[in-house]
Design a protein around this ligand. Structure first.
Ligand SMILES: *Cc1c(COP(=O)(O)O)cnc(C)c1O
Length: 417
């Protein structure tokens, strides 16, 4: 062991001993001998969520049946969950609701924002934004008839200079899903407003891990994910944020009965509520919404700023580990990390990234691959320890230095990467 490696390993224990969030790990139900660096893709199960899943199936559905809509308040779950998410993203009450997926919520927001901007025809986004965000704009064109919307795609570095009077909506993801690069929400939102544009922020890789400040940044609209850092379980509902000042004029196109001003009046014509509830469409998925609700308990007594600090601490420690083990030169790109600069993930570029990913998984280090050549590692701060990061680096060194990823078994592509 070189001195650098010995020092790095020793540092992990020091950092864990000083970690004020360390006890949060006990709230999770994690498998043994696994370092889970995919909390950014599918957050792990919490003890509270496990208990709730059992209760909602066996007691609420099994015993109390339809009376549970009232007795267990199923009908208000989207609002209850939205209000629990609000403080995590810097939103005052009555602006966030849990419903549908990010994709569907983006459709609502894009359509509503374009209605508010009748004389503009450009949606500005990044060329490497998450595909669904881009696809939803492409699909919108088919549904809004005569009015052709142009998707203007630019590099992250060109966003500020690409904002002009033709832009109706600036739609961006705060943390890049591949590289982990973090955009400056405040500066971009401010510039967009100077030019009369509305902004939609996708918080898929920031909600639950960064100290997002939607109200303070004067954001118009936002969406975010329930199953990533919020640990809501596979396919958990997403959430949507509509700033209070827009709610009176906001009209989203998916006019469903649950988003009617009085759903149980069963009125023949739709009437929009001028509240965040307008975003509801159909019946909420009670099982997964309940699990998401329970998962949020882990955030009840922690500050987002502390979570963000640890997230950056873990990512920086990982990058320090690459140096200590002299691994940086194995990759043709390593994403930059740092406060204000990144989220909680690191992307490593390598032509064999897929095989490296599989080799690491076989060693109990769960990471993921993003085409064409990125090995993506997420550092979710509520359950990861610095010693886990040290273990991951040690395994990565093994896989790279012995080229273990060259084995035939690691070359086979599966349906989900
Ligand atoms: C994960 C992710 C999504 C997922 O969208 P769903 O419709 O909820 O599946 C959307 N946007 C970004 C940036 C993501 O990372």
């Amino acid at each position: 062991m070189t001195d650098n490696v010995a020092q790095f390993q020793a540092q992990a224990a020091v950092l864990d001993a000083a970690d004020t969030l360390a006890s949060k790990r006990d709230a999770f139900s994690l498998p043994d001998n696994t370092v889970y660096l995919d909390g950014n893709s599918l957050g792990p199960l919490t003890q509270e969520a496990k208990a709730r899943a059992k209760d909602v199936v066996e007691r609420q559905w099994g015993q109390d049946l339809i009376t549970s809509w009232n007795s267990h308040d199923w009908i208000h779950l989207p609002t209850i969950v939205g209000e629990k998410i609000a403080p995590l993203i810097g939103a005052a009450p009555e602006q966030v609701i849990a419903c549908d997926s990010i994709s569907v919520n983006l459709y609502k927001l894009l359509n509503a924002a374009l209605r508010l901007q009748a004389d503009r025809d450009v949606v500005l986004t990044t060329a490497d934004n998450f595909p669904t965000d881009r696809y939803m704009v492409e699909g919108l064109n088919a549904s809004i008839g005569e009015r052709a919307i142009t998707l203007r795609s630019v590099e992250e570095s060109a966003i500020l200079d690409s904002i002009d009077e033709r832009v109706a909506v600036v739609m961006l993801t705060q943390v890049n899903f591949k590289t982990g690069n973090r955009l400056d929400m405040q500066a971009i939102t401010e510039k967009a407003h100077q030019f009369g544009c509305l902004v939609i922020w996708d918080l898929a890789h920031s909600a639950g891990v960064l100290d997002v400040q939607l109200d303070a940044c004067n954001v118009d609209f936002a969406v975010g994910c329930g199953y990533k850092y919020l640990n809501g379980g596979p396919g958990a509902p997403a959430f949507v944020y509509v700033a209070q000042r827009h709610q009176a004029n906001y009209r989203q196109p998916l006019q469903g009965w649950m988003g009617h001003a009085a759903p149980f009046s069963f009125a023949p014509d739709y009437q929009a509520p001028t509240t965040i509830k307008q975003n509801l469409v159909g019946t909420p998925p009670v099982l997964s919404m309940s699990v998401l609700d329970a998962s949020l308990a882990v955030f009840a007594d922690v500050q987002m700023l502390d979570i963000e600090h640890k997230a950056i601490g873990l990512t920086q420690f990982f990058v320090d580990g690459l140096d200590a083990y002299d691994l940086k030169t194995c990759f043709h790109g390593v994403s930059a990390v740092g406060h204000g600069q990144s989220g909680a993930q690191v992307g490593l570029c390598h032509p064999d990234a897929y095989a490296i990913c599989q080799a690491l998984i076989s060693e109990g280090v769960i990471v993921d691959f993003r085409a064409p050549d990125i090995l993506r590692l997420g550092f979710s701060p509520l359950f990861l320890r610095y010693v886990d990061v040290a273990t991951a680096i040690e395994k990565l060194a093994d896989v790279m230095q012995l080229q273990r990823y060259q084995a035939a078994e690691f070359q086979v592509k599966q349906a989900v990467t």
